[in-house]
Design a protein around this ligand. Sequence first.
Ligand code: GLN
Length: 512
Amino acid sequence: MTTPTMTNEPWRWTIAETAEKLRAKEISAVELTQAHLDRIRAVDGAVHAFLRVTADEALAEAKAADERLARGQDLTPLTGIPLALKDVLVTEGITTTAGSRFLEHFVPPYSATVVKRLRAAGAISLGKLNMDEFAMGSSTENSAYGPTHNPWDLDRVPGGSSGGSAAAVAAGEAMGTLGSDTGGSIRQPAALTNTVGLKTTYGRVSRYGLIAFASSLDQIGPFTRTARDCALLLQHIAGYDPNDSTSADVSVPDYAAQLTGDIKGLKIGIPKEYFVEGTEPGVVKVVEEAIATLKTLGAEFIDISLPHTKYGLPAYYIIAPAEASANLARYDGVKYGLSLRAEAADLEDAYMRTRQAGFGPEVRRRIMLGTYALSSGYYDAYYKRAEQVRTLIRRDFDAAFAQCDVIISPTSPTVAFKLGARVDDPYAMYLSDLFTIPANLAGICGVSFQGGFSEGLPVGVQLLGKPFDEGTILRAADAFQRVTDYHTRWPNLAAAAKPKGATKAKKAGGKK
Ligand code: GLN
């Protein structure tokens, strides 16, 4: 169905405007889904955001969505919208790898709660997205299936660990995606790819069916191109789930209704510890300009201090690996995925062979770190101390939020770095999450949105919010987007795109 208002590139539309076009029958869900499958075919050879494209299932879901739209009943803003999922979310009957060789052939018998909720809303899943193995990393280079490339510069990383989720939205391969954030894995890749990424409050979104990395830190959240779209996705994944004992029984507000465009009198804290040496001047400049813009909209700024910030990274790299070492103990060659039992001499040999063959180097490093930190004799010195530091960081935020409504900072100290630049230097890689980790330790929410560009590469601005106050940080990001156009800019993938009907993918590495 073609109307004069329909462009041939519906993948450029926002979810909010597409929902209206679907209702007005300007486009069908099948056409919309096909347009995204075509876009994936054209650019994903160069971007490699997807590990698996489930075209048949997507088109079947689109057909069902069209029937629902035709009936005009039970519609949500997500009915007929093509989305995609980080491969850390289990999907019934569809291989789910968490970016690991270990789970190369793992077909889950059930779907994550968030997957079920999106399906119930009528959303369509285009497939599963690339990620650092078990969500450990900041560049997606730790994926066992090869890295994802940043659509803004194919020689650079998209961030991580949800690099596939970020790149897919940035490249127009999906209208929105889900990722997970344990120490920054939604916000940092959002910043590096010019997308919006929301880390939800701990307990806001069910983790049932999220393959665990560090259970006290992991949260699921959306990637989109606008704050409004982010609110629409959040609306459908948020809320209590009896299957997740850490899910919070806190009512879910109408997020879209909170996007009033009005931030007059909103008190925004500027933490001096987040404006430190080492952050690229181009990044600082963008954040300062964003502050100026928010000021013109009536926001009020105050200087605040989060004195324990510098202990966030070290505490995280005790707590996260400790929890990971426990969570990953289940991958023993008996219960899940890969098994080299048949070749082993005895049980211990079976564990050793399977885990050595199944896990990549970063995952092994974390298991070693975590097991060491939890071992008797060291437990008090490392794990217990890190948990005490965590409490201090939480109190920093409590004190700050007594003075202000939200906190502003850069999301990442740098723009997207070159592929390979940090793979041999884990510490440099870990520093990517300096500004994102404290929010996970404290359990609060945070969003990264498009603040501008530095040397042609996207810069993200982070807003941290009080627990369960996603509405306020989204309201501020939305107000910013109403007066700026950074979020409407697209990477130029024309050189990398495969011409229609071509059989071979062009080599990645094409420049803008
Ligand atoms: N980059 C951090 C890490 O490697 C955070 C990862 C995440 O949030 N999943 O642990």
